[in-house]
Design a protein around this ligand. Structure first.
Ligand code: C2E
Ligand code: MG
Ligand code: MG
Length: 611
């Protein structure tokens, strides 16, 4: 050997095999033997001809000196044809993304790139080899320049191989990781990436980014009633419709379940986001055609716009997650304000909605862990003081917060649908308790159960009540259902029908909090109501106010005329009781007689008189 040659890598894709080591091991004297004496070593030629990588060599002028068989197949040039052709004619390579021609080894030979300056700057570049007939391969390559002992470049070796298949698999994997498999839309991972980028661009271009958080109203019902296959098709159709409502540069993402997010890049003002939301709501007026059925769904949309206030200093990631969270909160608010509408995020929403969400999660847990209890408040005959009934009132025994009263959680339970299982629990627990008292030989008084509107209208409510009575071997007279005016007025026709069915099976209905609502008396007359409970706000007034007294008097006589039992709620002192007696009110409930009591304490009272 005359002296050692130096090999300096001009570039190398990071994943390329260590071909230099491979060849050096196989070919003693490599690489100088490739260039010396026109590739004289027979052994070197045989080895290069048999390896799986494509190998191409060029001399100092950039003219091809050798192609191995794999390189012949991949370039479409035979060794013979390629010899002495410029290397860039044979090895036609472009940047896969930009289609910029790859800087040929020839140029590199003339202007060698220092090693410290890599070909790419951070992002992994990908190269496409264009075969002579135009067919394209994605390749991974290594290019090295050979020098003689004096440091003069004597040629270059390019080793490359086809990675089209593995790249396609990698791309597919990347697509799967960033897209939702049902709708093919970007998923939350990709959305977040794009949102963070949009924040950066909005800062640079002094524009705004809008995020719409959309949730399909009542999707669960559709899914439950029509089946998951239909539900899935509906989600796909919703995705397509959303895409048709926005610009190509915007992103529609399936966030999960029935939630979608639309990212509006570079909007001028928040009004643009409002306008697009309106378009979306309008577009959803048209039904979706799924399995030959027409399904119409509405959306609740929350909007958040970046930049909002003082968040401009934060990292793009932080701003992105904040804007997304705010849009989610606003969507929740849109649900609260009647669905099928859009709401802009306001800072005050955050706390309320978050608290609400936490509470609903807590309620779910409470149901699972049996944290609810019923207390029973006696209803007494005002004249004799004997107990004529009781009202079952729910309490939540939270392990951390202690006893929580229904005013603090019933509406949250109604909002998220938990009122249905909760109501069933109340009904069953009351019936179980009555059976216990009866079995203990205590005198049975009717127990009133509060019923929410959603429960009443839930399918099979009256059958459920009857089944529960049967289960505990109780008579219809053992319970009474309390409904408020607002419950009765919500869906008049349905309510009248359900109440009729309940009455026919002998179950009594009490009208709770009477006077608090604004129901029409003539309408109430038509409903089968057995008991009228006068709201405590009227009782408060009767002590001093003459007017208050006459109103209560009118209610009492109206109830009596209709054959109803009248109970005054919230009787707190004797003066009130006396006035009520004078007005011929027969029954009362309130702290004057007893506060709501745990079951065992109420059981102890049964048979005794309350004052
Ligand atoms: P409500 O049905 O009108 O129940 C009477 C409420 O008045 C009870 O409040 C009771 O503790 C309270 N009260 C008792 N004595 C007095 C008094 O002397 N003065 C005054 N001002 N109030 C008195 P609570 O237990 O906090 O229940 C509040 C409401 O929550 C109930 O009003 C009812 O609408 C609802 N609720 C209670 N339990 C249930 C339930 O199991 N299911 C449903 N859906 N709602 C329930
Ligand atoms: Mg009640
Ligand atoms: Mg009441």
């Amino acid at each position: 050997m005359k002296g050692k040659s130096n090999i300096s890598h001009l570039s190398s894709n990071r994943r390329s095999p260590s071909w230099k080591d491979k060849l050096a091991g196989l070919l003693p004297g490599f690489p100088e033997n490739v260039f010396s004496a026109g590739f004289g070593s027979e052994r070197a030629r045989i080895t290069l001809d048999s390896i799986a990588d494509a190998v191409l060599t060029a001399d100092a002028r950039g003219l091809v000196t050798y192609l191995n068989p794999v390189a012949e197949v991949m370039t479409g040039w035979s060794f013979r044809e390629a010899m002495t052709q410029p290397v860039e004619t044979i090895f036609q390579v472009v940047d896969s993304r930009t289609r910029e021609p790859f800087v040929s080894p020839l140029q590199r030979l003339r202007q060698p790139t220092p090693r410290s300056q890599p070909r790419d700057s951070g992002t992994a570049l990908e190269y496409t080899l264009i075969r002579r007939d135009g067919f394209e391969y994605i390749i991974e390559d290594s290019v090295a320049v050979m020098h003689d002992p004096q440091g003069t470049a004597i040629g270059a070796v390019i080793v490359f191989h086809d990675i089209t298949a593995s790249r396609a698999a990698a791309l597919r994997m990347a697509h799967l990781a960033q897209h939702d498999s049902l709708t093919g839309l970007p998923n939350r991972v990709l959305l977040f990436e794009r949102l963070a980028l949009a924040v950066v661009l909005a800062r640079r271009h002094k524009k705004q980014v809008g995020v719409l958080f959309l949730d399909i109203d009542n999707f669960k019902q559709i899914n439950d009633s029509l089946g998951h296959t239909t539900g899935d098709r509906l989600l796909q159709s919703v995705g397509r419709r959303l895409v048709s409502c926005v610009r190509g540069s915007d992103t529609v993402c399936r966030q999960g379940g029935d939630e979608f997010v639309v990212l509006l890049t570079e909007i001028e003002t928040p009004l643009d986001a409002a306008r697009i939301s309106e378009n979306i709501i309008d577009a959803f007026l048209n039904p979706h055609f799924i399995d030959e059925q027409e399904l119409q769904v509405t959306l609740s949309i929350g909007i958040s716009v970046y930049p909002d206030t003082d968040d401009i200093e934060d990292t793009a990631q932080h701003c992105a997650s904040l804007v997304l969270q705010n849009a989610d909160t606003a969507m929740y608010h849109a649900k609260l304000t009647g669905r099928n509408n859009y709401q802009f995020f306001q800072p005050t929403m955050n706390v309320r909605a978050t608290r609400r969400l936490m509470q609903q999660n807590g309620l779910r847990r409470a149901l699972k862990h049996d944290e609810f209890v019923l207390h029973y408040q006696p209803q007494v005959n005002l004249e004799s003081g004997s107990i004529i009934g009781a009202e079952a009132l729910i309490r939540w025994r939270d392990p951390e917060a202690g006893l929580i009263f229904p005013e603090q959680f019933i509406s949250a339970a109604e909002e998220c649908g938990l009122i249905i299982p909760l109501g069933k629990w109340v009904l069953r627990e009351t019936c179980r308790q009555i059976r216990d008292w009866l079995d203990a030989g205590l005198s049975a008084v009717p127990i009133s159960i509060n019923v929410s509107s959603d429960e009443l209208c839930h399918r099979d409510f009256s059958n459920g009540v009857r089944a529960c009575l049967r289960e505990f071997n109780l008579h219809e007279r053992h319970i009474e259902l309390e409904l408020t005016e607002s419950v009765l007025m919500r869906d008049v026709a349905t309510t009248a029908y359900i109440l009729g069915a309940l009455k026919n099976s002998g179950i009594r209905i009490a009208l709770d909090d009477f006077g608090k609502g604004y129901s029409s008396l003539s309408y109430l007359k038509q409903l089968p109501i057995s008991t009228l409970k006068i709201d405590h706000s009227f009782i408060q007034d009767i002590e001093n106010e003459k007017d208050g007294r006459s109103i209560v008097g009118a209610i009492i006589s109206m109830g009596k005329n209709l054959g109803q039992r009248v109970i005054a709620e919230g009787v707190t002192n004797e003066k009130q009781r006396d006035v009520l007696l004078n007005l011929h009110c027969e029954a009362g409930q309130g702290t004057l007689f007893s506060p709501p009591l745990p079951a065992n304490e109420f059981g102890a009272l049964l048979g005794k008189k309350c004052r």
